[in-house]
Design a protein around this ligand. Sequence first.
Ligand code: ATR
Length: 305
Amino acid sequence: MEINATTKLCAVLGQPIHHSASPAMQNAALKELGLNWRYLAFEVDPKDLKAVIAGAKAMRFVGLNLTVPHKLMALEWVDIVDESARFWGAINTIRFEGRGPDDEWVPLAKLGAEPVQEVRSRGFNTDADAIIRALREDARCEVRGLRVLLLGAGGAGRVAALRLAAEGVAELYLVNRTQDKCNQIALEINRAFPNVRTVVGYPTTPVDLVMNATSAGLNPQDPLPWDVSRYSLKGTTVAFDMIYRPTKTLFLAMAEGAGCRTANGLGMLLFQGAKSLELWSGQVAPVEVMRRALLRNLYGDTPQE
Ligand code: ATR
């Protein structure tokens, strides 16, 4: 669909942003849905985030995605914090909403071409649920009742730990280079999900699922994100790495060798984006079109195993 005076915009904001695969994924989806929208990427300095969100609102963008380092700060700069963002403590999606004919707030995309007077921004989190959907659809793993070893306690690790606990894992082992961050997360889980047995440290018997939420593996020379003398992959059924570039980290290669079912983090990127698009458009996201666009953008035309 050609760009014209009615083309609507959405965008991802981050720093750095030049590597982002979201524009390829979202524009493929917009084309598939026949929407006259475009999805762009902007490099935004944290000190400008407030002004950029306000500018997008004034320009009647449909919505925004936020990535590193904006997800926490945005809680301060949106008009409404949705329950999902409040609960997980981070915003990765903003939807702009206008006052509809019956005075209720509706997504801007739902309002016609008439100018909208009153607009507000609403922050959501679609990252947390994407973890569970990626485990389910890409690794055929239902986490309820499982014993899980989670590696990493940064921003991504914290949300993964809480979301896994919310889903009802039986036992959660938390391991991180800096142990104190695990202690903090364990406290949070004990408060919010007291039925989950949370242990800071390594399991002494095999777990069902091991998940890497550290950044170790992004570079080929990175070490494994755990101490191999304290935990072996033997007996573990599923290994999930949040990293998707490279497609197969050393961790995933070892897990495959140990007979685990594996998946990388591409599904998390895919499903958080699919949910954002659904929040903006009210339509079902064309997930397989988006997945193909991501694969092409991230790995080129080389067939993936
Ligand atoms: P993100 O938002 O992606 O979670 P982050 O908050 O910077 O990013 O967290 C990075 C995670 O990777 C942390 O758990 C970090 O461990 P520390 O808390 O000890 O810093 C982990 N990490 C980074 N490099 C690592 C390495 N070489 N080995 C093990 N863990 C590493």
